[in-house]
Design a protein around this ligand. Structure first.
Ligand code: SF4
Length: 357
């Protein structure tokens, strides 16, 4: 089973963020969250576990110990299970990193930018000292895998600012780097004012591939880069339509037919208020899964496609892809052994996905 747990607490709200979280929650709310998690998590065997947020490392040491205790009690893990947690640099201490290293084998650090001024422009409250310390602690802890999260196309960010961030991230020794362009949702604080600059964004997208590949960190998905054997298995399973169990307010899951999303309210979730169900016809669901995994550079093979719950014939997928290819010439590579987007096609993923749906 792939399992995701949403920890919906943060120290403050960043300007670009539309994820559900409560800023500066009362300690009693966190305790109630942990109590409810303990009551509701289903014991099962887990192959990938991803703890996201929010800021999971906003929890203090005692709360994190309890959280990890719940995971140990409820789940059994496959021998090579990937156990990931997201962390914000300013919330990490030596004690917390030691605790996390005792359970998780992958950590994802939300850096966003190495430039303090750029971080401040998007509302990230993290000092340079806290960032340097967090990176040092993670390096010394020697996680099996670790990721740096970066955001580009920030307000007034130049191409050379971004290139500096890419070099800095690669030089941390992380084996995975995620690079997302700033696209704040309307509901986010920056969503009202920020104007996307498409041309700058495309140049920065190309710079990421060029610079990270010099360090052996290769693009494997539109926004994700990894050294060999360091791709995030949890995300790859989810992109390929794998069954996903989700816990916590705002968490989504997928049972092979429908997606459900828990209510985006800790108090509502504690009361057991109903999740929303995204029920769409089987063919539409297959098209959606088909489109999502075309964000990866490997795309689909017939074998991968057959592992999708309720998969239809590969020949049908070839026909659907060929139709999109006629609208977007040069963007899809279609053969008996695979369907994927070309390098140019990845840039037009949004448009191609809309065509496939
Ligand atoms: S970006 Fe992360 S730290 Fe900032 S508000 Fe969103 S979840 Fe919290």
């Amino acid at each position: 089973m792939n399992c995701y747990i949403h920890v919906p607490f943060c120290a403050s709200k960043c300007g670009y963020c539309a994820f559900y979280s409560e800023a500066v929650p009362a300690g009693t709310l966190i305790e109630a969250y942990l109590d409810h998690l303990e009551k509701t998590v289903i014991p099962e065997r887990v192959s990938t576990l991803y703890i996201g947020g929010g800021t999971p490392t906003y929890l203090n040491v005692r709360q994190l110990e309890r959280f990890i205790g719940i995971l140990r009690e409820k789940f059994t893990f496959e021998a090579d299970a990937e156990l990931s947690i997201e962390a914000n640099p300013e919330s990490l201490t030596e004690e917390k990193v030691g605790l996390l290293r005792g359970f998780f084998n992958r950590i994802s650090l939300g850096i966003q930018s190495f430039d303090g001024q750029l971080r401040r422009r998007i509302g990230r409250k993290c000092s340079d000292e806290a960032l340097e310390k967090a990176i040092r602690l993670i390096r010394e802890a020697d996680f099996l895998h670790w990721n740096c999260d970066l955001i580009y196309s920030l307000p007034d960010e130049s191409r050379s600012d971004w290139e500096r961030d890419l070099h800095s991230a690669a030089e941390t020794g992380a084996d995975h780097i995620s690079c997302y362009s700033l696209t704040p949702e309307r509901s986010a604080i920056l969503g009202q004012t920020f104007e996307v600059d498409d041309e700058r964004e495309v140049k920065m997208y190309h710079a990421a591939e060029k610079i990270l590949s010099q360090y052996g960190i290769k693009r494997y998905e539109i926004s994700n880069y990894a050294r060999d054997n360091a791709r995030c298995r949890h995300n790859m399973n989810v992109w390929r339509g794998g069954i996903l169990r989700g816990y916590g307010p705002g968490a989504a899951d997928f049972d092979g037919v429908d997606r459900h999303t828990e209510i985006e309210s800790v108090t509502g979730w504690l009361k057991g208020e109903a999740c929303s169900c995204d029920h769409i016809p089987a063919e539409a669901r297959l098209n959606e899964i088909f489109a999502v995994n075309l964000r990866t550079i490997d795309g689909w093979t017939p074998d991968l496609w057959q592992m999708v719950p309720g998969a239809d014939d590969w020949e049908k997928r070839q026909i659907i892809a060929a139709k999109a290819a006629s609208t977007y010439p040069g963007c899809l590579q279609i053969s008996a052994s695979g369907i994927k987007l070309s390098a140019d096609g990845l840039l037009f993923w949004n448009e191609i996905a809309a065509e496939l749906l």
